[in-house]
Write a protein that binds this ligand. Structure first.
Ligand code: NDP
Length: 447
């Protein structure tokens, strides 16, 4: 009880010190709510104020990003990089370009990233960055000019041994290419290890593009296996139709499941025959079109403008778009419709009341910081290849990713058992991720 009150006081202090950053508060609360028993077992963490320190980013940078659009008009955006924690290794985490980006979003993502990176077992600290720039509807030239301006500030604080950004919403291979080109030009160095998610021709890794979606599907497969079940014959709903969603679709189909619905911010497509990956890749990765156009190529499929994807009955739900996309109400509907497992491909896609509905409803629930760790894990494999001047094959890299996801599942499962919440992977992920970082912070002294 005393511990619970202590943790609550730390949380209240975080809210007070970071006003208005509601997503950051939410992410902190979820982790802190799990840590009471850890502090009882490791009282030295309390004395060293590890939790208070972990909630305060090591460094936060906010900068102006001026650029010119195709009409010659000057545009101004805001850039962010929050270097949250470097106890386990250099800062590592993606860049998000989306109009909703502000400091609270970057801090929630950076905070989650600390524990996610810890769970991968690889030597990487936690960070996140991005901008309120909206790449949607912009020409390639506009995106290039923006990326060049963004990197003209960012390059000062990153480096292969310091901080290694990657992609996230709105930042894929095209953007990483422009960012890398500008970094190379500014520093006069071909420092491959400074960014991950690079193209294969200039130091990228096989499977990095597929990694988050594949990894999330592997994690759900492990949860299902724990119940002597599997993807075979399962109806799956995957929200979003970006990088994570597309490769979740591919892996689910390879494992014998069927993805019957996908979405973007305009609406939902339902294809009871199973969504066609080639069409979605062509529409989204190549032509950058909207998901509704899928129905032009598959007449039997239907598009629901502004629809709620969680109304579509399924066995497995894999939210892969954005934060807080599954509310408590949505979760209740999913449970009522027979959903048995949820794998969070996105970061924090389920609201806290939604998580409670799933946990109390006996749904297997894979939280984002565990289930979507495959992306950053494969980024770390890309760093390993860059450092060794190597390029591994697809199957070899995929096998490593698969093993990492099995290990992440195992870690979460064992920590949940050890701390009295068997089957609760939220508790397991938060505790297992935290303990390793806390031990490293203790070892480093008061820094
Ligand atoms: P993409 O930009 O490739 O795709 C995002 C998808 O989600 C798009 O279909 C987009 O639709 C939809 N979306 C985004 N924001 C919203 C919104 N506010 N409302 C409705 N739909 C939305 O991003 P990723 O696939 O890379 O990322 C998806 C999620 O996965 C994010 O939460 C990200 O943090 C997480 N993640 C990504 C990793 C990676 O390796 N890429 C690693 C780990 C986690 P539209 O085009 O209409 O905006």
């Amino acid at each position: 009880m005393v511990m619970v009150e202590r943790v609550e006081a730390i949380y209240q202090d975080v809210v007070k010190r970071n006003p208005g950053e509601v997503e950051f508060h939410q992410a902190v609360k979820e982790v802190l709510d799990c840590l009471g028993p850890v502090l009882v077992k490791y009282p030295d963490f309390t004395e060293a104020k590890i939790i208070e320190r972990i909630c305060e980013p090591e460094r936060q940078t906010i900068f102006r990003v001026p650029w010119q659009d195709d009409r010659g008009q000057v545009q101004i955006n805001r850039g962010f990089r929050v270097q949250f924690n470097s106890a386990l290794g250099p800062y590592k985490g993606g860049l998000r370009f989306h109009p909703s980006v502000y400091l609270g979003i970057i801090k929630f993502l950076g905070f989650e990233q600390i524990f996610k990176n810890s769970l991968t077992g690889l030597p990487i600290g936690g960070a996140k960055g991005g901008s309120d720039f909206d790449p949607k509807g912009k020409s390639d030239n506009e995106v290039m000019r923006f990326c060049q301006s963004f990197m003209t500030e960012l390059w000062r604080i990153i480096g292969e041994h310091t901080d290694i950004p990657a992609g996230d919403i709105g930042v894929g291979g095209r953007e990483i290419g422009y960012l890398f080109g500008q970094y190379k030009r500014l520093t006069n160095k071909f420092e491959a290890g400074v960014l991950t998610g690079k193209g294969l021709v200039y130091g990228g890794s096989q499977v990095r593009t597929e990694a988050t979606g594949y990894g999330c599907t592997y994690f759900v497969e492990e949860m299902l296996k724990g119940k002597k079940n599997g993807f075979k014959g399962k109806k799956v709903v995957v929200s979003g139709s970006g990088n994570v969603a597309i490769y979740t679709l591919e892996k689910v189909h390879q494992l014998g499941g069927k993805v019957i619905a996908m979405s973007d911010s305009n609406g939902v497509i339902v294809d009871e025959k199973g969504c066609n990956i080639e069409t979605i890749r062509q529409l989204k990765e190549v032509e950058r079109r909207r998901i509704k156009d899928y129905c032009d190529y598959h007449r039997h499929a239907k598009f629901i403008h502004g629809g709620n994807i969680w109304d579509v009955p399924c066995d497995v739900a894999m939210p892969s778009a954005t934060q807080n996309e599954i509310t408590g109400k949505d979760a209740k509907k999913l449970v009522k419709n027979g959903c048995i497992a949820v794998g969070e491909g996105a970061n924090m896609p389920t609201t806290p009341d939604g998580v409670q509905v799933f946990l109390s409803g006996g749904v297997l629930f894979g939280p984002g910081k565990a289930a979507n760790a495959g992306g950053v894990a494969t980024s770390a494999l890309e760093m390993q290849q860059n450092a060794g001047r190597e390029a591994w094959g697809f199957e070899e890299t995929d096998a490593k990713l698969h093993q990492i996801m099995r290990n992440v599942y195992q870690l979460c499962s064992e920590a949940a058992d050890e701390f009295g919440s068997p089957g609760n992977f939220v508790v397991g992920a938060n505790i297992a991720g935290f303990i390793k970082v806390a031990r490293a912070m203790s070892a480093h002294g008061l820094v």
